[in-house]
Design a protein around this ligand. Structure first.
Ligand code: UDP
Ligand code: MN
Length: 625
């Protein structure tokens, strides 16, 4: 019991942008051109059988290998035997044995629970392990390894063959590259700079602007500037640095980079990246065609431990109602084009972006009122679309991005994302904004979060005469589902026992339970005036399913079913409920109640009503009052 709960809670706590994107991407890597998640599953099955085949093959290979090893051992034995026969070789044999023993020194693993050493570092001495582990804790990635890798290391060209075959005009707009950082490792930043210099046509690369968001690490001061001088000696005037006097967060850092830039096009990137082959040409030629496109390149992942490149499938960039970013399947229209190099229309961006420098300014760059992390990407995506621009992913432009194991600057990203999400909701989302409050389980009036002043952004929206969020949902992002009938949400408590909450119960599994109130998403309920009761967080997306509380009509346990399936199967999924009263199934007329197992624990049951009453944490407007 403790385990599943921890899993749920932990899952919620560690859910951050990269994490979510990574999971969805993992799924999408199994997909070759399919749009349908069901199909995706069947493909996953095919994949599984091909994996099984490969495992068989592997088995066979291992058998053969072990046979060869046996033969090898036999040969060694023979050689030893022969050597023994030769008196004068005894000393040599002794020497070889000693060397062998020396090689066999196995270092003690000092940090067995550190993720850094799960698949890397087995040959490190104890001293080296300590250095590597301390750097890892400080940065969230393997700085020890980065410091040992060449700055100009080759990386796999992850473009599709049709991208590789594509040619671009020489005469393209010029480019400013902005790299923002706050206490990133020096070698990481130098590798990013090196990759930009080596993989961007020199006649197009006007400048690289570093933005230091008030780092405290000493090597990012004098030593970084020495490196800049060396780069500039070879490429006069190429590198500049802007330093924040105080820490302003990544949105402000990106804005500062944009302000300092002077080329036709600006690409604003994280500092822990390596751009891939011909990454810039597709961006520059697309913006030359249409200056109103905000572009996002395709990410690949640099693994935080061994720095291997993991190729990601091309996807569109979207978000959920909490405004966490996620990957969306490619639109049907894109497949219909039958051109792997074609731009992908995208609801939003992941974070890094490229745009016409002036156009980005005309539509308000980024929302400078955002704090630290999150939300700024969704804000730009929504604003670009609503205010006359577009957002596209370019499949031929690829950037390898290091996904950290943890963020040294903020343990719980949700604090910043929640706040910034409310800014987006209040400025851009009209009546849809309530979905953001629901997703974060915040009361609509007095959410208790100071999201700052949004008046200048509201002004901007008026000035640019932007379309509404309803247009955006219907035309650009129909995968987000609006739920207009939610009237009560949050935790749900029975008046007989107020320290336990309805909870989705163990996952996998479909039996909801009563559990000590921790108030994380497994305990979030959404009651609709139409009678549905969603349990366990709000998804409300076409590619993710919400689960509805149903009365199977027999037995005493309620069952959670995917809401769409529950509707199709005609299950008993509608309940009558008013704040402070019974929860009665509309079909079976049975009640949702609690029943003591023993003095310490209660179960959630459906049975003949005995008059128990329930309260839900938040209500919408006048419902239930
Ligand atoms: N960053 C910054 N100021 C901050 C936090 C982050 O300048 O307060 C930089 C950070 O160094 C990185 C970029 O912003 O280059 C994006 O942050 P991060 O990589 O942690 O976000 P993710 O890519 O994981 O979403
Ligand atoms: Mn990053």
């Amino acid at each position: 019991m403790a385990r599943w709960r921890n899993l749920n809670t932990v899952a919620l706590l560690i859910m951050n942008a990269s994490f979510v994107c990574f999971i969805v991407h993992f799924l999408q890597n199994q997909r070759k051109g399919s749009l349908d998640y069901l199909e995706l599953n069947s493909r996953a099955l095919n994949q599984e059988s091909s994996i099984l085949q490969r495992l068989d093959q592997l088995d066979w290979n291992i058998n053969n290998l072990s046979k060869s090893v046996d033969v090898f051992h036999e040969n060694i034995k023979k050689i030893h035997h022969d050597l023994k026969l030769q008196d004068n070789s005894k000393a040599a044999l002794q020497k070889a044995d000693n060397a062998k023993k020396e090689k066999k020194i196995v270092h003690r693993l000092l940090y067995p629970s550190s993720v850094l050493f799960k698949r890397w570092g087995a040959d490190l001495s104890e001293e080296e392990q300590t250095v590597a582990q301390n750097l890892f804790v400080k940065y969230g990635y393997n700085v020890y390894l980065s410091d040992h890798l060449p700055l100009d290391r080759p990386i796999k060209d992850t473009r599709s063959p049709s991208c590789r075959a594509k040619t671009y005009p020489k005469d393209l707009p010029t480019l400013s590259v902005v790299l923002i950082f706050m206490n990133e490792a020096l070698s990481i930043i130098l590798r990013a700079i090196t990759s930009v210099i080596n993989r961007t046509p020199p006649h197009l690369l006007k400048e690289i602007i570093l933005v230091d968001d008030c780092s405290s690490n000493d090597d990012l001061k004098g030593p970084l500037e020495t490196h800049m001088k060396n780069f500039n000696a070879k490429h006069p005037g190429l590198l500049r640095i802007v330093r924040h006097e105080e820490r302003k967060g990544l949105t402000q850092a990106r804005i500062s980079g944009w302000e300092a830039s002077t080329a036709d096009v600006v690409a604003i990137l994280d500092a822990h990246i390596e751009v891939n082959m011909a990454w810039a040409e597709p961006i520059l030629s697309r913006i030359k065609e249409d200056r109103t496109v905000i572009i996002t390149p395709v990410f690949d992942n640099i693994r935080f431990d061994d720095f291997e490149l993991v190729q990601y499938a091309v996807a569109a960039d979207g978000f959920d109602w909490a405004l966490w970013c996620l990957y969306e399947p490619l639109p049907v229209e894109w497949y219909n084009l039958k051109d792997e190099t074609a731009p992908v229309q995208s609801p939003s961006i992941m974070g890094i972006l490229a745009a016409d420098r002036k156009f980005l300014g005309e539509i308000g760059v980024l929302d400078g009122g955002m704090h630290i992390y999150g939300g700024e990407n969704v804000e730009l995506g929504v604003r670009a679309w609503q205010c006359g621009g577009r957002v596209e992913v370019l499949p031929c432009s690829r950037i390898a991005h290091l996904e950290r194991a943890h963020k040294p600057y903020l343990l719980d990203l949700s604090i910043a994302v929640k706040r910034n999400a409310l800014r987006v909701a209040e400025v851009w989302m009209d009546e849809y904004k309530y979905m953001v409050y629901f997703a974060w389980n915040l009361p609509i009036e007095n959410p208790g979060i100071d999201y700052g002043n949004v008046s200048s952004r509201i002004e901007l929206r008026k000035k640019l005469n932007c379309k509404g969020f309803d247009w955006y949902i219907k035309n650009i992002y129909p995968n987000l589902i609006y739920l207009p009938n939610i009237v009560g949400y949050g935790t749900m408590i029975n008046t007989l026992k107020e320290d336990i909450c309805i909870d989705q119960g163990p996952v996998p599994g479909n039996t909801p339970i009563m559990y000590s109130c921790h108030k994380y998403s497994p305990q979030h309920i959404f009651y609709h005036s139409t009678g549905e009761m969603y349990v366990g967080g709000l998804r409300a997306r076409r590619n993710a399913v919400d689960r509805c509380l149903t009365d199977p009509g027999y037995g005493e346990l309620p069952v959670l079913e995917q809401c769409d399936k529950a509707v199709n199967k005609g299950l008993n999924l509608r309940w009558d409920f008013k704040q402070g009263s019974a929860v009665i199934n509309r079909n079976t007329k049975r009640c949702l109640e609690i029943e003591a197992n023993n003095a310490a624990s209660y179960k959630l049951v459906v049975r003949t009503c005995t008059g128990q009453r329930w309260n839900i944490q938040h209500t919408v407007k006048d419902w239930g009052k």
